[in-house]
Design a protein around this ligand. Structure first.
Ligand code: CA
Ligand code: CA
Ligand code: CA
Ligand code: CA
Length: 314
């Protein structure tokens, strides 16, 4: 082998070794990913989030609140993962290999779907995760690994239930859950401590999860303290991520739900974004029927808030 080629091959070997060690891979021509199992049809290679972002490939603003507009709070979340989109203030969107074997979700089958990018087809689900031109988000398939409590009361501890599957034979015994909550509803996850009482916007930091060695399944009920400096009744964008690496040692450019470069993804895991909307629910008091002045019967009770989402609640 020519010494220059040998030198280059050694360089790639060292790079690959480094990528495996830190759980990050360099995108191998992300814009032209191919999957032989799809008979040569271009196939999406990465799992990306589906929160709205104004840093997209169409150069148009998207709305964080209310989702879909009319224009209110601008969306600045790090979502689109690769070039030529510009970086958000918190970098590019998190991405994991869609072919890697670990994911969030209740079923022991692959429960994540790949896409070219958040706003670029092809997408294994059909529609892209987000459509900047129509200000539409939250369209990724398989956002199914998180169960939120019925409410997120201000400054009161609750638990977030997360489950999934770790399918790497001989994997490190621990994987890690991260979660970000846009507590101050300003369209990003970078505000740290937004109340005196509650969790950081990076509310779940490197929470270790260990799979059952026989099945690969894991689950965890992870404590957080919700914080609502604006209003408990406003909707909320949340990101939850499973990865083989801890984010704390990677540096501050990873601490707001994004990554510092468009040129790589995390190898194993999945990212799921959720739009939680509190809804007013009438709770009747048991056994109480009132006779109103008009002669009609009515129930005594009270109004309460209950979160709703396209996804699971408990
Ligand atoms: Ca999933
Ligand atoms: Ca979603
Ligand atoms: Ca998708
Ligand atoms: Ca925020």
């Amino acid at each position: 082998m020519h010494s220059k080629n040998r030198h280059r091959a050694r360089g790639w070997a060292l790079l690959l070794t480094a990528c495996c060690l830190v759980g990050i891979w360099i995108l191998p021509g992300m814009a032209h990913a191919q999957d032989g199992s799809m008979e040569g049809v271009p196939s999406p290679g990465n799992d990306v989030g589906d929160a709205p972002t104004s840093f997209n490939n169409f150069g148009v603003a998207m709305t964080a609140y209310p989702a879909g507009g009319p224009p209110g709070v601008l969306a600045n979340f790090p979502v689109v993962a690769s070039l030529p989109a510009p970086p958000s203030p918190d970098g590019y969107g998190l991405c994991h290999s869609a072919q890697s074997p670990s994911f969030l979700g209740p079923a022991p089958l692959p429960s994540k779907s790949g896409e070219q990018d958040a706003d670029m087809a092809p997408d294994a689900d059909g529609p892209t995760n987000i459509d900047p031109l129509t200000d539409t988000a939250d369209r990724d398939g398989h956002d199914d690994g998180v169960a939120f409590p019925a409410s997120l009361p201000h400054c009161s501890p609750v638990t977030i239930f997360v489950e999934g599957w770790i399918g790497v034979v001989g994997a490190a015994p621990e994987y890690y859950i991260e979660a970000w909550f846009d507590w101050n509803r300003d369209g990003d996850w970078n505000d740290g401590q937004a109340c005196g009482c509650g969790s950081d916007e990076w509310a779940i930091q490197d929470w270790p999860v260990t799979p059952d060695p026989a099945t690969g399944h894991f689950s965890a009920s992870i404590p957080i303290v919700p914080c609502h400096p604006v209003s408990e009744t406003d909707p909320l964008w949340v990101r939850v991520t499973l990865s083989a690496v801890e984010f704390s040692p990677l540096g501050a450019q990873w601490w707001a739900g994004g990554k510092p470069s468009a040129l790589f993804c995390l190898v194993d895991g999945e990212t799921e974004d959720y739009y939680l909307e509190p809804e007013v629910e009438f709770v009747p008091e048991p056994g109480t029927i009132l006779l109103l002045g008009s002669g009609l019967a009515g129930l005594a009770g009270y109004a309460t808030l209950r979160l709703s989402s396209r996804r699971t609640l408990r």
